[in-house]
Structure formats: structure tokens, C-alpha cells
Write a protein that binds this ligand. Structure first.
Ligand SMILES: [Zn+2]
Length: 454
């Protein structure tokens, strides 16, 4: 609070005469010097004044004098009546920002607005009031801004929405197409083909992908004979790239990487957008508290020197992505995994070691040995293996365990696999067992939430 300069020498001229005479200074003669009290200077005065840094004194116990223009001295004290030297500027900026936030006068366009979590919550609320859900979040300008300003702080708009009390299941889900839209199977097949073409899929899209991309419910597929029937009609083998979390991967390499991470209890996000303004997605994203850089993981699908037409195409894209990762390396760290090298023709042990080598420098993994069955998808398990697995939880030899109990106990993935093949009761009958409840709500609820996170 120390303005060291008390008065300044000034010369009378035709511009200042009236001002200072009105302030009771006695006029002597044009061009003659006189002393003006600092408080009488006009607010825009550019005269240098001497001040003391309040922060150097209060924080470091150091006396630090410096000069600045009077006009700046005033304007910099608009909110916080304290002076800061060049070095302490950032401490003051922070104080300033916090003060304005408290007063409710910090606006979205001001620097630092997004640094307040309450503002980020507010932004999510405003966004949802306007758009009602997060569908197309990254396709509009506001959504992109929201997303990028939130992920900087290691969170997602979806998490904040839940915190705000939004019911993800009912309010934030994509809107489905009306039932009648796919009355005609020809149209459905054409649109599924479009998914394959547009995403350059090497496999038949999974149930989840079809439902998500076409914005349809399970009923539409059932109506036309079911997923498997439709895939056969289109001359494809139905594929399963679902990992142990229920997420649909784009390749087996990705799926097995995901299963490894799940077994290591390492949390991650899928299909995030590392580069602002680009539609590229990464395979895995790790938000680590305390690490200012966001870690992204890529599992590359082709060898670098691939000579197949699809491999060549793939690697062109890869090069662009890698260039971007380099460009953004102040904000992003990349874990780069060569799919074929890591997984193809490798023993189970080698795969684990390869993945451990990639991830441990970033996360200090304890390297839990992953049980084979955790890495190998449930789809490769036989009915008998599935049966023996779920019976581990049964408290009555005559009955299969209840489905909710399976899910709560972490056996949900076995259950998911069973009901892909049979109705739960049918499955029980195969092994001469019974079930206690009729099961029907699984697809309705759990699956829908899962799709939202895809
Ligand atoms: Zn200072």
C-alpha cells in the first residue's frame, strides 16, 4: 500500500493551468516549475511514480522499490489495492482472480475463469440446459470449448454432470430414432454397411457399435432376426471385441491391452480427443493427479513397414498423429504400443512382459500376474468353463447364482457372455440347474449406461 512518491515537479502550461488552479494551486508563470501532490494527478497521467512491492515485503520480508506510470499504478489497484513488482506479478494475478470470482465479476472470457471448479460445473449446467445431452459434444464450438477446458483439469463433462445431479441414464443418453425408422431391413443393412465403410472396419460392427451409431435400441435388431442373423445376411462373421469392462474395441490388440489394464486396476478413459481442433482420438487416456501432462496411449494396428494397402493407409494416419503428439508434447505424454510386435505369435508371458515394459515407467505398476482367463475374453470360454466359473458363487447346488449377485461380485463379464449365447434359464437347464428369478432388465439398464461411455 505504499506509494513512495508524494509530489512531482510539473511546469505550468495552457493545458494544466485550469486543473491545478481549480485545485487551489497558485499560478505563477507559464513554463515555471511547481510541485503537484500525487493525489492531484489526472488518472491517465503517465508520470513515473515510485512504489514498494507489497508482496516482497509481506511474503519475503524484503523491501523492493520500483517505478511505474501513475495511470498503471491506479488501474492495477482496481480490485486489489496492493502493488506488485514484476516477480510478484503472478501472485497478485491469482489474488485478483480469486477476488473477482468471489465478487461474481470474473467472466467466462476472462483469464482464469475455467480454473475454478465451480465455474466448470456452471458451464456444464449451462451447456446441458441448452443442449439437453452430450450428444455431439465435440461437433459444436461450445461443446469443444467445454470439453477441452474441463479435461485440462483431469475431469470430464460427464463426471461433472453426475455431480450436478443429472441422471446420466435418462437425461444424457442419445436420443433414439423412432421405432419405425428401420421397418425395412434393406435400410438397416445399408446403414450398417455405412458404419463399416466410414470407420474402415475390418470386422462386422458389434451390437454396441450398431446401436450407438444408428441410434437404435436392441428391439430393432431383434425385429430383423437379431444381430447374428443380420451379420450373416451381410456375409460377415459376427465379431466380439468387447473387453472385460464391456467396451467395444476396434482391434484385438486394443482389447487385450484394455484387459491387461483392467486386471492391473489402472483407470483410464477411452476415445478421448488429445488435440484441440482435430478429430483424432487416442486409444487410452490416463489422468494422473499431480501430473500436469495428460498421458495418452496408442495401440498401433499395423507394423510400421506394412506393405499391405490397408497398412500403408493406416500408417499415413499414424504419421500425422505422431507428429501431433510431438507438437503437443508439453501437454501430452505418449505411450506407444506396437500391436503386432507386442501380441502376434507371443506367449502369454511375453505379452505381459511387453505391456509391463510400456506402462510401468508411467505408473509404477506392481506387475500383477494376470490370470489367463482375465486376459482372454470370455467369448473364447466354453459353456462348461462359463458354468464352472459362475457356480463358484452359487450357494445351492441346484441353482445358478442370481444375476445381480454375479454382477456385484465382479462376475458380470461371465454373465454377459452367457446371455449372449442363451437365456439365463436355458443355460441353467443345459447343466440341469435352475434359476431363481426371471431375468429381463439387464439390457435395458446396464447396457445403456455402458453405451453412453463408449
Ligand atoms: Zn515483489
Amino acid at each position: 500500500m505504499v506509494l513512495l512518491t508524494k509530489t512531482l515537479p510539473m511546469r505550468w502550461n495552457s493545458n494544466n493551468k485550469k486543473r491545478y488552479v481549480d485545485l487551489n494551486y497558485s499560478f505563477t508563470k507559464m513554463g515555471e516549475e511547481f510541485e503537484v501532490k500525487v493525489e492531484h494527478l489526472p488518472v491517465h497521467a503517465k508520470n513515473e511514480v515510485k512504489v514498494e512491492c507489497d508482496y516482497c515485503r509481506d511474503i519475503k520480508g524484503v523491501i523492493n522499490h520500483f517505478s511505474k506510470q501513475f495511470a498503471n499504478y491506479l488501474s492495477e489497484r482496481k480490485y486489489i489495492p496492493k502493488d506488485s513488482c514484476e516477480e510478484c506479478k503472478y501472485i497478485k494475478m491469482k489474488e485478483n482472480k480469486e477476488y473477482r470470482q468471489e465478487q461474481g465479476i470474473l467472466t467466462k472470457d476472462d483469464n482464469g475463469w475455467w480454473t475454478f471448479r465451480e465455474n466448470r460445473l456452471l458451464a456444464v449446467k449451462e451447456y446441458l440446459e441448452k443442449y439437453h445431452n452430450f450428444e455431439g459434444l465435440l461437433k459444436n464450438k461450445e461443446g469443444k470449448k467445454l470439453y477441452h477446458n474441463i479435461i485440462k483439469f483431469q475431469e470430464l463433462p460427464q463426471n461433472l454432470a453426475i455431480e450436478l445431479g443429472y441422471d446420466l441414464e435418462n437425461e444424457l443418453l442419445y436420443k433414439r430414432k423412432p421405432q419405425k425408422y428401420y421397418e425395412n431391413i434393406g435400410k438397416l443393412i445399408r446403414d450398417i454397411q455405412k458404419i463399416i465403410d466410414e470407420n474402415k472396419l475390418e470386422f462386422f460392427p458389434t451390437v454396441g457399435m450398431i446401436m450407438k451409431e444408428l441410434k437404435i435400441g436392441h428391439r430393432v435388431l431383434k425385429k430383423h432376426g437379431g444381430y447374428i442373423e443380420i451379420s450373416r445376411k451381410m456375409d460377415y462373421e459376427p465379431q466380439n471385441l468387447v473387453d472385460n469392462s464391456g467396451f467395444v474395441n476396434r482391434s484385438k490388440y486394443e482389447r487385450d491391452t484394455a484387459n491387461y489394464l483392467i486386471a492391473q486396476n489402472l483407470p483410464y478413459l477411452r476415445e478421448q480427443y488429445p488435440f484441440e481442433g482435430y478429430s483424432f482420438q487416442s486409444d487410452f487416456t490416463f489422468l494422473v493427479k499431480g501430473n500436469p501432462r495428460i498421458i495418452h496411449g496408442e495401440v498401433w494396428g499395423f507394423p510400421k513397414d506394412s506393405t499391405s494397402p490397408r497398412g500403408i493407409k493406416y500408417n499415413i494416419n499414424r504419421k500425422i498423429k505422431e507428429k501431433l503428439y510431438k507438437q503437443y508434447n508439453e501437454e501430452i505424454e505418449l505411450i506407444s504400443i506396437e500391436g503386432p510386435e507386442t501380441f502376434d505369435k507371443k506367449t502369454f508371458q511375453q505379452i505381459q512382459e511387453n505391456l509391463f515394459k510400456k506402462f510401468s515407467p508411467f505408473f509404477h505398476l506392481p506387475f500383477e500376474q494376470v490370470e489367463l482367463e482375465l486376459l482372454i475374453p470370455t467369448e473364447d470360454m466354453s459353456d462348461r468353463e462359463l458354468f464352472e466359473k459362475v457356480m463358484e458363487l452359487s450357494d445351492d447346488e441346484e441353482y445358478l447364482p442370481e444375476t445381480n449377485y454375479l454382477k456385484e461380485s465382479g462376475y458380470g463379464r461371465y454373465y454377459n457372455q452367457i446371455i449372449k449365447r442363451y437365456k439365463y434359464e436355458e443355460f441353467a437347464r443345459l447343466f440341469g440347474k435352475r434359476v431363481r428369478y426371471k431375468e429381463n432388465s439387464f439390457w435395458k439398464k446396464e447396457k445403456r449406461i455402458e453405451f453412453f461411455y463408449m
